[in-house]
Write a protein that binds this ligand. Sequence first.
Ligand SMILES: C[S@@+](CC[C@H](N)C(=O)[O-])C[C@H]1O[C@@H](n2cnc3c(N)ncnc32)[C@H](O)[C@@H]1O
Length: 295
Amino acid sequence: MDKVHVPVLLKESLNALNINPTSFYIDCTLGDGGHSIEILRRLNSEGLLLSIDQDRYAIDFVKRYYKDEIKSNWHIVESNFAKLDEILLRYERKPDGILIDLGLSSRQLEKSHNRGFSYLKEEEPLDMRMSMNLEVKAKDLLLGLTEKELTTLFRKYGEERYANRIAKEIKKNITDIDTVGDLTRLVYRVVPAAHQSSKNPSRRVFQALRIAVNDELNSLKKVLDISFKFLNSKGRICVISFHSLEDRIVKDYFNSLAVSGEGVLLSKEVIAPTEEEAEINPRSASAKLRIIEKI
Ligand SMILES: C[S@@+](CC[C@H](N)C(=O)[O-])C[C@H]1O[C@@H](n2cnc3c(N)ncnc32)[C@H](O)[C@@H]1O
């Protein structure tokens, strides 16, 4: 039996979307379909839901798992959400609400199809591609980037304090690094024990590599721009982010729309999970929801 991803801030994001049964909604990050299915259940036959994911394993899972609930008004598309404008050319309607729930689902971490997303899966190769259409894997970055470039990458995308030491050690031992375990053991060796928190010291390096392999921050900037451009007046964009680099992009973009008078911030204070949600689902603990409404 598959262990399904628990949707984060579900009640809050459904409230934020303010669903009208006849309107058009887009879930840019289908994942295991937790948010999508709840949106779909609130629509009638005139309403439309478009769900997107770049991971074909996620799409296959949802099509199997929800096979009895898939109706003609639920469109599921395999694509990077950065190409939302191309997808929307096929539609005559403008969306009334767009949800973006960033990162990976817990099932991708646990059942990665050998892509090494999690630093706990020691035997898996250093791949990290969410989409099989991408060509560059995490290991290719370790091989192809110079020590200086790797340092910048770990610093910029991982906010890693020991970026230089880790990069140096990687380049020195590159022929011995193939699996997740090879990299995590190297990081353990390099990061001074005194500075190791209760969290795994490799998590920042893994975050940085994943962001780079999937060009995550640029995709986010693109989808925000496209979403706002295509959105109906009074339509809303809701973004759930999980680390400060993503949240900063969302915050700055939404603030700029509020300042220019094109949008109204519906989340002046960021919306975070309740203590109860964070306890039941520890993965939700770092989640932040921001909402903007188009004038
Ligand atoms: C946190 S999960 C979404 C979970 C989902 N809301 C649920 O409740 O089941 C994020 C999903 O977004 C997908 N994803 C991340 N970046 C993407 C991108 N640039 N384009 C399309 N899908 C993306 C991932 O493959 C993953 O399946």
